[in-house]
Design a protein around this ligand. Structure first.
Ligand code: GLN
Length: 284
């Protein structure tokens, strides 16, 4: 018994405890995650760890570390535990109210940046953590509006705006265009696009912990593309662009929706994995 307590005092033994617990829970990157949680809880870096790994962990840190390892072993995404996710070039605050920004979504940002000029107006629907609109504002000096149907999500987006010192982004609580006024040079969106029946089959991290509101694209996953393509026509300036993230298997279906609604110059953009990930179209 005393031996066990002894074993579980040093940073090294706690890291081993974290790794074993996560490995047994089937977490693929168990070593990385056990380390990142230790880095977060103890506020140490790798060189500190290697110099001091035989030192005991503070008692309060040990309690917190155990708690977070336990939550991670129940497949809570690491980013919800450390409350941070990197997107493009910045860390974003995240919590269970917002989708964790994906690298895939950087393709949406890259495509949008190709068209934007300083002082253009951009509306970002389903803004979530605000990662898309805040990145566009910082990189293209546009006038931005982020909207979301979730008040909790907007609280996160506003906190991210504060942290990144973006003070010219408007945030509007709105179910798509319900509370939106005016016209925009560009509308961006990463809407929910997973068909309802497919959500259960996603990784547990996603299906059990990320907000269903941000994932569920209704029966065929295309509900929001139909609605946005139709309604955005009333909010885009002539020649303005609609740029949306899509599921890799949806490009032809979304292209049809855009074409039928009168959009032209419809482009499919692939992500870093080579999969169709973004649709971009001109409204004229
Ligand atoms: N890309 C996300 C996923 O694979 C889904 C994002 C969305 O529905 N907008 O889980």
């Amino acid at each position: 018994m005393s031996e066990k307590i002894e074993v579980l005092t040093s940073l090294k033994s706690w890291k081993e405890y974290g790794e074993i617990t996560l490995r047994m829970a089937g977490i693929p990157d168990y070593k990385v995650d056990a380390w990142l949680l230790m880095e977060y809880v103890c506020n140490i870096n790798k060189s500190y760890y290697y110099l001091h790994m035989d030192r005991p962990m503070d008692k309060s840190d040990a309690i917190e570390y155990q708690k977070l390892i336990d939550r991670r072993s129940r497949h809570v995404p690491l980013q919800y535990l450390t409350r941070e996710a990197w997107f493009y070039d910045q860390p974003f605050l995240v919590n269970e109210a917002v989708l964790i920004p994906r690298q895939d979504t950087e393709t949406l940002v890259e495509e949008s940046l190709k068209y934007l000029k300083p002082h253009n107006s951009v509306l970002d629907l389903c803004t979530g953590s605000g990662c898309v609109i805040l990145t566009l504002i910082r990189h293209a000096s546009v006038i931005g509006t982020g909207s979301d149907v979730s008040e909790e999500a907007l609280t996160v987006a506003m906190e991210n705006a504060n942290r990144q010192k973006v003070n010219n982004c408007a945030f509007i609580l709105s179910d798509l265009f319900d509370k939106i006024n005016g016209t925009y040079d560009m509308i961006t969106a990463n809407p929910p696009y997973i068909p309802t029946k497919d959500i259960k089959g996603l990784m547990r991290e996603v299906s059990e912990h990320e907000p269903i509101l941000a994932l569920d694209g209704h029966e065929d996953g295309l509900y929001f593309y139909r609605k946005i393509a139709d309604e955005a026509r009333g909010y885009l300036k002539s020649g303005g662009r609609l740029v949306m993230e899509i599921g890799y298997d949806q490009p032809d279906l979304v292209k049809d929706i855009l074409f039928q609604n009168g959009y032209r110059d419809i482009k499919i953009i692939r992500d870093l994995a080579g999969l169709p990930r973004v649709m971009s179209a001109r409204w004229s």
